[in-house]
Design a protein around this ligand. Structure first.
Ligand SMILES: C[S@@+](CC[C@H](N)C(=O)[O-])C[C@H]1O[C@@H](n2cnc3c(N)ncnc32)[C@H](O)[C@@H]1O
Length: 274
């Protein structure tokens, strides 16, 4: 079993510092001027700093796993959609590190997504079309070469007790699959021929059902990466709830050495041109 660097989880507080931002754009385009900074550090990817606010998801190891899986998959002139983008970290890092010129689009249901992502994209000199959107609502009529989905995918029951989803929408049901299932069903209408959908499955969701649907819709599910991590203390404090959900087949995890070990598996599916 590979245990990956848990810095993101353990030193979450040290990774976030409050900052005053002096906007370079007029105040009428920026509604707030107080944010926090989140420090992203990864040996394989590099160090970056992103503005977040109280409605922005704080990136985790799933973020790192998705970036690592998607970095080299981009071709020149591609249109890439970062779906469930939070502060825009996935698309912005990929654009910053990639030599290919591609067009970047991003969306999230959070209220401040447009101002936060614009600030972060400007900082890293990345051009982006960012929109507030419930799943694909804001992208009617668009088609992409790659959709990188990271919309909330943890069991709603676990999200409520976890440190991950404070002020963050996670309308996922007990099996954590309500939103990813919608993405799987709707995504073919937003992809070009041969287009790809990359998505993580967190072990605190019904992986079996999600993979079954992915196979029904696309039929060519490929595992790109699987990283194991120790779950935060809040989950261990609610072990009875976790055991109940596991017994019902809604989530999976291991209990080892007094810790709960979960995982992120990143998958790829694609539309074939046959
Ligand atoms: C796990 S976070 C990922 C954020 C970002 N990709 C990252 O790694 O930091 C999931 C994101 O999905 C967003 N979300 C939840 N429900 C959504 C929906 N119905 N439509 C679009 N985004 C949604 C949340 O606001 C949150 O930012």
């Amino acid at each position: 079993m590979e245990l990956v660097d848990t810095r993101d989880l353990k030193s979450l507080d040290r990774n976030i510092v409050p900052v005053q931002v002096r906007p370079r754009v007029p105040y009428n385009l920026i509604m707030k001027n107080t944010y926090q900074k989140y420090a992203f550090k990864s040996k394989s990817i590099g160090d970056f700093e992103f503005f977040i606010d109280e409605e922005t998801f704080t990136p985790t190891q799933t973020t790192t796993a998705i970036i690592n899986s998607s970095l080299t998959m981009i071709n020149n002139e591609d249109k890439i959609l970062d779906l469930g983008c939070g502060c825009g970290i996935v698309g912005i890092i990929i654009a910053n590190l990639n030599n290919e010129k591609f067009k970047l689009f991003a969306s999230d249901i959070s209220n401040s997504v447009e101002e936060i992502v614009k600030l972060n994209a400007e900082k890293y000199n990345v051009e982006i079309d960012v929109r507030k959107s419930d799943i694909f609502n804001a992208w009617k009529g668009y088609r992409f070469n790659t959709i990188i989905n990271d919309i909330s995918g943890v069991s709603e029951e676990i999200a409520k007790i976890s440190p991950w989803f404070k002020n963050i929408s996670c309308d996922t049901g007990a099996g954590g699959d309500n939103l990813i299932n919608k993405v799987l069903k709707q995504s073919p209408d937003f992809l070009h021929e041969n287009g790809k959908l990359i998505f993580p499955i967190i072990s605190f969701s019904n992986e079996k059902e999600i993979l079954q649907l992915a196979n029904e819709v696309y039929g060519n599910v490929k595992l790109l990466k699987k990283d194991f991590w120790p779950a935060p203390k809040e989950l261990l404090d609610n072990i009875d709830l976790l055991r109940k959900l596991k017994k019902e087949g809604l989530v999976s995890f291991e209990e080892k050495f007094g810790s709960i070990i979960g995982y992120t598996a990143v998958y790829e599916v694609s539309l074939s041109s046959d």
